[in-house]
Design a protein around this ligand. Structure first.
Ligand SMILES: NC(=O)C1=CN([C@@H]2O[C@H](COP(=O)(O)OP(=O)(O)OC[C@H]3O[C@@H](n4cnc5c(N)ncnc54)[C@H](OP(=O)(O)O)[C@@H]3O)[C@@H](O)[C@H]2O)C=CC1
Ligand SMILES: O=C1O[C@H](COP(=O)(O)O)[C@@H](O)[C@H](O)[C@H]1O
Length: 472
């Protein structure tokens, strides 16, 4: 652990879905990998009352179901560091939290030393402002770090209001807005591979790249969070959040360094160059059967699919389409970012196969990088074929335990005070400007069959490349 300051981590929403699926398992993974500060406590917060032991049981169940299990020595030490502070937390009534924090500060092993407070707001978004104000009101903001779950705003206006409320209480340097796609190993390789390998850095521009694709089809349904999904839809859930941030990772100009501020600044500032979306270049869809899902209105017009073509108005990317697609209940799952390279204009080979040169980042799981190349077909003659060089990132030698899941990586960075993989308000302000034409005036929703790859109209957006796969 780079920063070993004793740390008190307050998990608001500790009884909720995200906490059990992601945050608690991620925290445990850091403990298991010995990546937490030597002295730490995690205080779960909630509106109800639980004893510390009841909370420990809750965490144990979460780790057994969604983490790596608790049948190990890590769990025994981990459990001792868990506390619960119930009774909610509002500006008027802070419940038990301040007292529990004081008790922890005075524990023998903290011994009154300064502690780093980290607040993780894993609560429904409508509560973000109230909890922020309550942190200020009860003197828990000063010197602390605060992590906000997504979405950080759902429209330009909602974003501006939340941003103002947050900055009334916190300095920007204290704020960590999560977008877990930025914590994926392969997403980080978008800048590492590019800037560490001159051969790729030289290709990263309009002269060599014909099209950029960010393609995240999902076979997943929305049954277990119908209410959330119906109020959100694919544009807000995925496009203007994860896919835009990944697009910014591709599009960014070289930062001055890979230091936290420089990297964050390069990624977030290029969003200002994204051209506001033209709704003629967007296809929205909804799978047949969506409205029959329990909790979804019979006449719901929520988008479960979006494909969009976007443009980045910088000298590097002018006229290169950035094509994005994501949706639920599709025929395949993938998380691919592909730079499809132009064919050589002149040269001795006149008949090159389509899409014969590309660089693909597979963001799913442990991640992988795939280089598509046109090569000679083995055998007589000089026929050409397309082959792939694949580098699964799990096979890259490590001496310290390998990749971290995105939430673990981002939590580690919060504990380490590194904001490079978190979003910034200037970037988010531009996100809402770019998205405004689509949010204000969405095109009609096209139905699609579950198990298909979405509305056929979206294929035109990706022409002439088509939706790229590394198996074609
Ligand atoms: N779930 C997921 O897969 C993902 C969630 N997120 C984001 O994470 C955050 C949390 O999501 P999730 O865990 O699903 O949410 P939940 O609906 O499970 O809520 C989390 C906890 O917040 C408390 N809570 C609920 N409503 C209120 C309220 N009105 N006022 C105060 N506290 C309340 C409850 O705890 P108690 O009753 O103990 O007070 C609840 O257990 C959201 O911002 C969501 O957008 C992001 C990505 C994925
Ligand atoms: O934030 C979200 O991301 C998931 C996809 O993320 P991953 O963990 O599978 O990489 C998406 O399914 C979900 O709708 C969205 O809310």
């Amino acid at each position: 652990m780079a920063d070993d300051t004793p740390t008190v981590f307050v998990l608001f929403g500790s009884t909720g879905d995200l906490a059990k699926r992601m945050v608690l398992p991620a925290f445990f993974e850091l403990a298991h990998r010995d990546l937490l500060p030597a002295r730490w406590r995690l205080i779960g917060n909630g509106r109800g009352q639980r004893t510390d032991d009841e909370f420990r049981d809750h965490v144990k169940d979460a780790l057994d179901e969604f983490g790596t299990g608790t049948d190990n020595d890590t769990w025994r030490t981990f459990a001792e560091n868990l506390r619960f502070a119930g009774g909610g937390f509002t500006a008027d009534d802070p419940g038990a939290l301040p007292d529990v924090i004081d008790e922890v500060r005075n524990d023998d092993d903290f011994d009154g030393d300064d502690v780093q407070l980290v607040h993780y707001i894993a609560l429904p978004p409508a509560t973000f402002t109230d909890y922020t104000r309550a942190l200020g009101e009860h003197g828990l903001a000063e010197g602390s770090r605060v992590v906000y779950e997504k979405p950080f705003g759902t429209s330009q206006k909602a974003f501006e209001q939340l941003d103002a409320a947050v900055h009334e209480v916190f300095d920007e340097q204290q704020v960590y807005r999560i977008d877990h796609f930025l914590g994926k190993e392969s997403t980080q390789n978008l800048h590492i591979l590019r800037f560490a390998n001159g051969m790729f850095a030289g290709l990263w521009n309009r002269e060599h790249v014909e099209q950029v694709q960010i393609d995240v089809p999902e076979t997943l349904d929305i049954d277990d969070r119908a209410e959330f999904y119906d109020a959100t839809g694919a544009v807000l859930d995925m496009l203007v959040t994860h896919l835009f941030q990944v697009a910014a990772e591709v599009a960014m100009e070289p930062p001055i360094s890979l230091g936290a501020d420089d990297l964050q600044s390069a990624r977030e500032s290029v969003i200002a160059a994204f051209r506001p979306i033209d709704t003629d270049e967007v296809v929205l869809g909804q799978y047949r059967g969506y409205r029959e899902t329990e909790g979804i209105a019979d006449d719901s017009t929520t988008d479960t699919y979006v494909a969009a073509r976007m443009w980045v108005d910088t000298d590097r990317w002018r006229d290169v389409p950035f094509v994005m697609r994501t949706g639920k209940m599709l025929g395949a799952s993938a998380q691919r970012v592909t730079l499809v390279f132009r064919r050589p204009d002149d040269g001795p080979i006149k008949h090159l196969p389509a899409n014969g040169a590309a660089l693909t980042f597979d963001l799913s799981g442990d991640g992988a990088i795939d280089v598509t190349l046109t090569v000679k077909k083995p055998g007589p003659g000089e026929d050409l074929t397309v082959g792939h060089l694949e580098l699964p990132l799990e096979t890259v030698a490590t001496s310290d335990g390998g990749g971290l899941s995105p939430y673990s990586r981002l939590l580690y960075d919060v504990l380490d005070g590194d904001r490079s993989l978190f979003t910034r308000p200037d970037g988010l302000a531009h996100v809402w400007e770019v998205a405004a034409p689509l949010l204000d005036n969405p095109p009609a929703i096209a139905p699609y069959e579950a198990g298909s790859m979405g509305p056929g109209a979206a294929d035109d957006l990706a022409a002439p490349v088509g939706w790229f796969t590394t198996t074609s």
